[in-house]
Ligand binder design. Structure first.
Ligand SMILES: [Zn+2]
Length: 276
C-alpha cells in the first residue's frame, strides 16, 4: 500500500492555517515554496488520476488529484485522497482522466493568480468510500475558496524519509508532518505470519540483540526450530507460522515479537516473512 506522500522533496512552509491566516481563512491550506534552498518540483503524492483542472489566466491555476486506491495516511488508516494544488505553473497540458504514478514529476511551483511569490497551495480531503469522493472548490463563510471537505493536512500527509524539512513553522505554530518511519504501516500489523527462510529468533527487535538458544524457545517454538540441539542457536525454519504479538517499524526494518522471541519481517529490501 502506498503512503499519502507530501508532494515535494523539500518542505518549506510559507503559510499555515493558524488564527491569523490571510488567504487561508477558514481553509486547511498549507503554502509551500522553494525558499531556503528548496526545490520547485512537485511530484505525484500517490498513484491516481487528474479529476479536475482549473486554468484561468486571471486566477490561480488549480488541479485536483485523486488516488486510485486507498493510501496509508498519518492517522495510520487507509483512505481515498483528493489533493488540491493551487498556483502551479505549466498545468495547461493536464486533462481530466490523466493517469500518474506515485513519485512521478508533475509540475513546478508557480505564481498564477497573483500569488506573492512562487509556491503551491495544498489542501487535501480524505474519503472511506469511493462513491463519496468530491472534487472542486466551495466558498467558505469568509468568502474564500477552498477544497470541498478539506481536512487538516498535517494529520494525514506523510513525509518520505528522504524529504528535507527546511521550515515547518508559521506564525509560531509548528505544522510538523510525520515521516514514513513514524507511520505504522498497516501491511505489517499484528497477526499470523509465515517465515520465507530460516529466521533467527532474537532477544529483542534488532540485529544487535543476541540470538536465542533452542532451549529458550517455547515448546511450540522448539518444534519449528531448525535444530533439536537445545544449545544450538535458534532459527524458525522456513514455512513456520507464528503469531506476531507486537510489530516494531524502524526506518526500513520491521520486527515482530512472538511467544518465543523476536524475529525480523523486513530487513532493508529483504522480506523474510509474509502475512497470512
Ligand atoms: Zn495559499
Amino acid at each position: 500500500m502506498e503512503f499519502l506522500l507530501f508532494p515535494k522533496k523539500t518542505y518549506y512552509l510559507t503559510q499555515g492555517y493558524g488564527p491569523i491566516s490571510y488567504s487561508h481563512q477558514g481553509r486547511y491550506a498549507l503554502d509551500v515554496s522553494a525558499a531556503g534552498g528548496g526545490s520547485r518540483a512537485v511530484y505525484a503524492p500517490f498513484t491516481g488520476y487528474v479529476a479536475q483542472v482549473y486554468v484561468n489566466p486571471l486566477d490561480a491555476y488549480t488541479i485536483w488529484l485523486v488516488s486510485d486506491e486507498k493510501v496509508l495516511c498519518a492517522d495510520n488508516k487507509p483512505h481515498y485522497v483528493v489533493m488540491q494544488i493551487g498556483h502551479p505553473s505549466e498545468i495547461a497540458d493536464f486533462k481530466v482522466g490523466d493517469k500518474f504514478k506515485q513519485g512521478q514529476f508533475l509540475m513546478n511551483d508557480g505564481k498564477t493568480g497573483q500569488a506573492t511569490g512562487e509556491h503551491i497551495d495544498l489542501e487535501i480531503a480524505v474519503y472511506d468510500r469511493k462513491e463519496d469522493i468530491r472534487v472542486g472548490f466551495y466558498q467558505n463563510s469568509y468568502g474564500v475558496y477552498g477544497l470541498i471537505n478539506a481536512v487538516a493536512p498535517t494529520k494525514y500527509l506523510v513525509l518520505a524519509n528522504d524529504t528535507k524539512v527546511l521550515n515547518d513553522v508559521y506564525d509560531g505554530i509548528t505544522y510538523a508532518i510525520k515521516t514514513e518511519s513514524e507511520v505504522i504501516n498497516l501491511e505489517y500489523n499484528t497477526g499470523v505470519y509465515r517465515t520465507l527462510d530460516n529466521i533467527r529468533v532474537r532477544t529483542g527487535p534488532g540485529i544487535n540483540y543476541p540470538q536465542k538458544r533452542v532451549e529458550c524457545l517455547t515448546k511450540d517454538g522448539q518444534k519449528n526450530a531448525t535444530s533439536t540441539n537445545p544449545l544450538a542457536p535458534a532459527f524458525y525454519k522456513t514455512g513456520t507460522l507464528f503469531d506476531a504479538l507486537e510489530i516494531y517499524i524502524m526506518n526500513d526494518e520491521v520486527w515482530a515479537r512472538t511467544y518465543s522471541g523476536y524475529v525480523n519481517i523486513i530487513y532493508k529490501n529483504e522480506v523474510n516473512c509474509e502475512k497470512i
